[in-house]
Structure formats: structure tokens, C-alpha cells
Design a protein around this ligand. Sequence first.
Ligand SMILES: [Zn+2]
Length: 397
Amino acid sequence: MTIVIDLPRNIAPALASEIEKESAFVSPYLERLKVASEMDSVAVELSDPSQETVVREKLDRFLGLMLRELPDFETKTFIHTERRDTADFETDVHRKMVERGWIHDYGRGRAALNGPALALLHYIDRTATALYHKEFAGAVERDFPALVDADLLWRCGYFDSHPNAVCFVGHVVEDFDAIEDFRIANADAEVVQMPPTEHIHMPGMCLNPAACFPCYPTMTGEDIEAEGRIMTWKGRVFRFESRNVSGLDRLWEFNVRELVFAGSDTFTADGRRRTLPLIEELAGRLDLECVVETAADPFFATISAAKSFWQLAQEVKNEILLPLGPWSDGSMKRMACGSLNLHGNFFGDRFDFKAGGESGFTACVGLGLERWVLAAFTQHGFDPGRWPSNVRKEIFG
Ligand SMILES: [Zn+2]
């Protein structure tokens, strides 16, 4: 069954795409939501017509939030690199990489990279890391678990900002009969048999959804030395995307090159400022068009956001956007491939660490590595001749 709902105004393609994506979290009976090509209505497929009233009510609230007039703020652009490669953007890159055997797509948002795609991911990670170490002499290499306490995410405010993306880890309840039931059910089965829900226990553990979170408890009780602390690592990150999982642009599990600054207010602000030219250098080496600007996307996370949040957000979050080719209206489709964030002393307060006797400040820079790979192949295609020679040697051999 399909229902059509008129929108109060015509919307831009970027917002239409955002609405289609976030509609995955409206109702389990909502099969699909598609914005009409005229951009003035949505068509909604329901899996169960008897649920129409309930779904319509949720949809009204959802569309109201997504379409609310956000306070205008001026987007500041910090970086805009152009690419020298003048050929068209490649299309359908994920599928073409799967065909070449450069990606094994398991479905449900997990991908195994291989060949040039993997070589490029390593090149990007290695190059960013080298740039960080060159600029920041005191930066230390770290490693953190992907399995984190739910309490950690709660302290980080993640359940306020992205409750729909959380992934809990469960195990079979420590009960001889439940374990035996589970063993027997699978022993003779044709396909995997999951234990019944009442036999699954969730011990308050989650898969880490933002690379920097697990670093903060390691500083609890410390007073960070006056010169501050800089850490970098490659983190594995998990975000539940429901039916939005697609190619490398929207994975359930992906890799992030993370850089964290902890120290005084000026130390962390300075760290972010000094990282901007490094991102520019990275984009330049890959010959990528790249924009870094204040973040402005009206995503689900800001449901309860007041105007003050938006004013704050433009100061604290800078987004790295890599173009993927034109939308139907000619405007450029851009993918968020990372961000540079100032957290103030939020984490210093939540995890009780100080810098020079005051509550510690932090900042982080994260690069979504699979998205960088996708953007680079979209901007340069599969002909090695279009790639800058230093990168070509590294990835095509
Ligand atoms: Zn972070």
C-alpha cells in the first residue's frame, strides 16, 4: 500500500536524500519513502495497511522535524581544493569495484577491501598519519578496543544524539539449558538458528560508534601536562544504518583515522587549526576536490536542538566534504568524509581529567577511510592514467 503526502514547500535534493535516509527509523511498517521528482511530495510504501494511522502520525512528526526552518547561519569555508583531473566523475563505483574483485560485499554494511581499493585505504591512512606526526612532534600512536561499555556511550552523550545508531552486544544467557537448547537447535539445522530473545543477555556492552570515545577514560584522574597530549590511531567504528546501508558510503562497520588533542582551550583550538592545512595537503596529494566548511546538515541527531545549538555547532564542527558528481538539479553531491571537532571541556568534565588544574579540553579529527576511497575512485575513475603518479604507483603497482 502506498500513501502520498504533500510537502508544505519544495525542497532541495540534498534534503530529499536526507529525508529518504532517515525515514528508515520512523516505523517498522514503513517499507520505503521516496520524494517525488518535483520535490513537493513523498510517496510512502507501507508493509501493513492496518498500520496506516499509526505510521501517518509518526510521519507527520518526522517530516515536521526534517522540514523545520533552521536558523540561518552563514557557512564558512576553510578549505576548497580543486582537482587537476578534468574528466567526468565516475558513477556506480561501488558496484564496479565489486565486479573487479576489489570489494567483497557481505551485505548489511560490511565490506572487505582488496587490491587497489585496499592499497588506497592504506595509502590514505599512512599519508594522514605521516602528516600528523610531522606537524605534531609529540603525537603518540595508540590503539583502543572496539567493544565499549554502554556506560561510556551514555557519558559521551551518544544516546541523546544518535539513539538509532547504537549496537548492543549480546550473548547466550549463562544457563545450562539455554546453552544446550542453542547447541541442539543448530546441530541439525539447515540454516543458523538464533537463540530466542529471552535467552539472549545484553551485558551493557556496545560496539564503538565514534572513534575517539574510548580514549577519554584512559585520562581519568590525570592532570595533563601543560604542553597537552596528542594521540592518533586507526579505529573500527560501528553505526546501525537500518536499510540505508549501501556501498562504501554507508557501512555498518568502517575504519576511521583519528587524531585527538587534549589539554587547554587554546591548545585544542590550535591543534584543530594546524590540522586544516594537513587535510588540504592530503586532498592535494590525491588530487581530490575537497571542501572543509562549517557543518549544517539537519540530521536526526538534532531533534531537540535549540537555536543556541546551531550557533554553537558552526563554531565546533567543521566537515570534510568530497564531491561525488552532480545531483539532478546540477548542484554538487558531496559526501561527508570526516570532521574536525572542538568538544570544549565536555569530555574533561564527564571523564574527570584536567589540564593545568582546570577541566581538560579536547578536540578530534576523524577521517572515514572507506568514504575517502569511494570519493577518490569517483573523482578519478578506473583508468590509472587519471591518478596522480605518486598515488598510481602505490595502488596500481
Ligand atoms: Zn572524535
